[in-house]
Design a protein around this ligand. Structure first.
Ligand SMILES: NC(=O)c1ccc[n+]([C@@H]2O[C@H](COP(=O)([O-])OP(=O)(O)OC[C@H]3O[C@@H](n4cnc5c(N)ncnc54)[C@H](O)[C@@H]3O)[C@@H](O)[C@H]2O)c1
Length: 251
């Protein structure tokens, strides 16, 4: 029976939940009835968002395994095992390093991949054994239009988001037969959030010029899609990458 996207009784963790798209996702999942763990490396923002939605602040760095051990133990003890994981935390580039690939250095690649790819995998590893044991779970990975199209001067970011799309497909196939566990990704185009501070104004102008609807997206618009993907109603789609790009990509 359709559950009208309600999330009552469900426990969700949203990485990067302290601002931007993650904050909107925390608000939306909480409004739908979930208990939400707001995972962010910014203690102030994690606490602010958690307080506003009566959630749990989870403060730490998702590239550090010791932080992940502590955080996933904390959420399980405080509110219960995780039913929904939204892998939203991500970075565009090191500040001022939106450069062509031949000018990029190892640090540029390691910085972006550590957070966008390795951190995401570690978070999945933290929740999947429990989801498999309980035969239920929803994972939503925030990728990017850059992962489909390959933005110039955003090589590490584009490649990391293509990796997120591919990992989503691999994971979804590995989970077949292990219960009602769906893993999907979403690929937003430019959404008005503080992440844009990491890019030059020219880079943002180029990305905006490619959006047929002619505007930036709103964090709440991404949150609405993530809400559906986090719900029990999303039960016959797994491994897919949903577009939310104002018409930039129609595939
Ligand atoms: N804003 C856009 O235009 C856009 C477009 C496509 C995809 N995305 C993706 O959406 C997601 C959210 O983007 P946003 O625009 O809200 O970003 P943002 O920079 O506004 O917020 C990201 C949050 O993640 C947290 N974070 C970063 N690294 C972390 C770490 N190691 N451990 C814990 N927390 C960490 C930050 O503290 C911050 O609160 C990212 O994955 C981003 O790549 C954004």
């Amino acid at each position: 029976m359709a559950e009208l996207f309600r999330l009552d009784g469900k426990v969700a963790v949203v990485t990067g939940g302290g601002q931007g798209i993650g904050e909107a996702i925390c608000q939306r999942l909480s409004a739908a009835g979930a208990k939400v763990g707001v995972f962010d490396m910014s203690a102030d923002n994690a606490s602010r968002v958690a307080k506003a939605i009566d959630g749990v602040p989870l403060i730490g760095d998702l590239t550090k395994e010791a932080d992940l051990d502590r955080i996933f133990r904390e959420i399980t003890t405080k509110i219960g095992p995780v039913d929904i994981l939204v892998n939203n935390a991500g970075v565009a580039s090191r500040k001022g390093r939106d450069v062509p690939i031949w000018e990029s250095d190892r640090e540029d690649w390691e910085f972006v991949f550590n957070i966008n790819v390795t951190g995401l995998v570690l978070c999945c590893k933290a929740v999947l054994p429990g989801m498999i044991e309980r035969r239920y779970g929803r994972i939503v990975n925030i990728a990017s239009i850059a992962g489909k199209e390959g933005n110039p001067k955003m090589g590490p970011y584009s490649a990391s988001k293509a990796a997120v799309i591919a990992l989503t497909k691999s994971m979804s196939k590995e989970l077949v037969g292990k219960g009602d566990i769906c893993v999907n990704s979403v690929s937003p185009a430019v959404i008005q959030t503080p992440i844009l501070d990491q890019l030059s104004p020219e880079q943002i102008k180029m990305m905006l010029s490619k959006i047929p609807l002619g505007r930036t997206g709103k964090p709440e618009e991404v949150a609405a899609l993530v809400h559906f993907l986090s719900s029990a109603d999303c039960s016959f789609t797994t491994g897919f990458c949903f577009d939310i790009s104002g018409g930039r990509a129609t595939y």
